[in-house]
Write a protein that binds this ligand. Sequence first.
Ligand code: AMP
Ligand code: ZN
Length: 494
Amino acid sequence: MALKLFNTLSRSVQEFAPLAPPKVGMYCCGPTVHDFAHIGNFRTFVFADLVRRWLEFKGHAVTHVMNITDVEDKIIRRVREANTSLRDFTGQYETAFLEDLKTLGCLAPHLLPRATEHIPEIIALIEKLLARGVAYQAADGSIYFSIEKYRGCGCKYGQLVNLNFDGMRAGERVASDEYEKESLADFALWKARVPEDGAVAWPSPWGEGRPGWHIECSAMSIRHLGASFDLHLGGEDLMFPHHEDEIAQSEGATGQPFVRHWMHGAHLLVEGKKMSKSLGNYFTLRDLLAKGFTGREIRYLLLTAHYREQFNFTIEGLQGARAALARIDECLGKLRELTGRDALPRVQLDETARPLPPTLPPPDGERVPDGRERGAAKLISDFTAALDEDLNVSAAWGAVFEWVRETNRLLAASQLSAASAANALGAWARLDSVFGLGTGGSAEAPPELLALLDERQAARKAKDFKRSDAIRDELKAKGWAIEDTPKGPRLKKV
Ligand code: AMP
Ligand code: ZN
């Protein structure tokens, strides 16, 4: 079935058609590493992770690029305040960000380019814009993008948002990286060095200075995905000026259409207001972990809202996420017990998602499934239909909980065979390659360790106690203890 996604460019839901299928080039504006990211920021990154995983589930070969903005106005201010070097300052927050991304079960992007490592590409792009006559140097040595010249060439400024040019005066300039639609003006590509920049400066044909924020993303996305690519994402606040400026710079320099499909995630709100550092109404991931919530619970909560709907964050919402996950985990636990194996496929949070086979083969010696696998097939088809419709997660979760209810009913009535339970778990694993929730509690042991556990069981059965003890010691050395329960052995983190 065709995948339909809302495209901010056309303001409509349309079929996603990459330039060279099955390849998909996907760029998501990454964090500005001036502080710990808050979970509003992470709503956008979990959304990007969902898009990537869904494209992979659909068989696309995605190249996921997420830049690290490690030089811009806010960072320079904070470096000055902290009296440290740019790299020392941004490095700590970059490391924390990547850790948090993992805690939230996001797949690592394939490429994580840093702006400071793309200065030659940035300079080359600005040189092209100057050569094409759509950029100019101001009296202080800074280089600006000329909206008037750009529009004069027949190019459209205002592709993602409707702009009112009436009040705009030619040559009026804005130097800061972030500005409102009302301040529509020529924007900085290269900012000439000023004393407040301290040591943060690079040589350029126009003297020492540093790049503007917008040109960084144009340079890094073109460098890694080409002049035209498939998909660009970010939070809704980035539509203007950041993404509008990215389009103008990129198309102004290359003369080619920049991005085919733009997706913007709505904000995470707190009591009706955008969660943000400046309003002080934010939680970092670490704040929530300290309150006892897990990355898995936070990911689940973020995945319950449609990406184009603003979503109010509450602690009660997180408690609800915990209860919902417990229902799922209980059902999965019972299915595992029924299969008699605790080593069924499970998707680890940081494992690269690959489409899994639709069903698992029945365990050895088991007869053909008894027909109850219809529920598992329905789960996958309803889930697929829902996500194909512009990532309709509400309908997808609806399908999940309907399946949980029906599975619990069949389990209670002893109407599921071990083979059907294995099939159901296979369907869940496939679905979870997209939701990326992994499994709760003690079942989070990696597949290779679960395979060792199976091997130990086999050794014990064969009375090869030397081998079974050696495996127990190996597992112990890796931090896992074997718990012998009446329902068979389990792995428990020590
Ligand atoms: P920044 O680190 O400020 O560049 O932001 C990183 C990402 O978080 C961007 O895509 C922003 O659009 C996004 N973002 C910022 N605040 C929120 C919020 N309250 N809800 C969702 N996304 C946000
Ligand atoms: Zn960007």
